[in-house]
Design a protein around this ligand. Structure first.
Ligand SMILES: Nc1ncnc2c1ncn2[C@@H]1O[C@H](COP(=O)(O)OP(=O)(O)OP(=O)(O)O)[C@@H](O)[C@H]1O
Ligand SMILES: [Mg+2]
Length: 165
């Protein structure tokens, strides 16, 4: 079905492929060879938990056909840049952090490409590494890019990074 429509590749590597279709639907096909289906199911779990909030991309649908796994979300703009950094980003950051806490969630992998901006409003994507708040990450997650830093530190570091670009 998706093959007949035009798309733009948002990301493609050995981990998976993420495409934006004309109807503003983002289709993520994770390969996750190492972690099996865990990250796929984990991401769906957290997107469902956060579905009534305004801090995460909206989960539209998902399906698994054998090895083929798909997660569809609604397009929420482009990764944050110096040019698109909203003037109230600190307020928005605090709202995101408070909401994550309220829903007992640590994002765990906040970096500039996962901080999306649309019309000056920030949302997060990529909840594959998310975990319960106040819980130590499983030991096997030590390879995580954020070295166990807190979400707010990762967010602030992301803003520093984009300001230096
Ligand atoms: N709903 C969306 N709207 C806009 N951009 C998106 C959306 N979902 C994903 N993207 C963009 O596509 C990129 C890749 O998606 P995502 O981070 O979910 O995949 P991934 O990094 O391959 O996943 P993982 O790290 O869980 O293996 C994101 O960094 C983001 O820039
Ligand atoms: Mg990602």
């Amino acid at each position: 079905m998706d093959k007949t429509k035009n798309f733009r590749i948002l990301k493609k590597d050995y981990i998976g492929c993420v495409k934006l279709y004309e109807d503003n639907i983002v289709v993520k096909r994770p390969y996750y060879r190492r972690s099996g289906t865990f990250m796929y199911e984990n991401e769906i779990k957290w997107l469902k938990i956060l579905k009534d909030t305004d801090i995460a991309v909206e989960l539209l649908s998902y399906e698994k056909n054998g090895k083929d796994k798909i997660i569809r979300t609604r397009y929420w703009g482009e990764p944050i840049t110096k040019e698109t950094l909203p003037s109230d980003w600190e307020l928005q950051r605090d709202h995101i952090m408070n909401t994550l806490k309220e829903y007992n969630c640590i994002h765990n992998d906040i970096k500039p490409v996962e901080i999306l901006v649309k019309d000056g409003k920030i949302r997060l994507c990529d909840f594959g590494w998310s975990y319960e708040y106040n819980t130590k990450n499983p030991k096997e997650w030590n390879h995580l890019g954020n070295n166990q830093e807190s979400d707010i530190d990762c967010f602030n570091n992301s803003i520093k990074q984009i300001m230096n670009c």
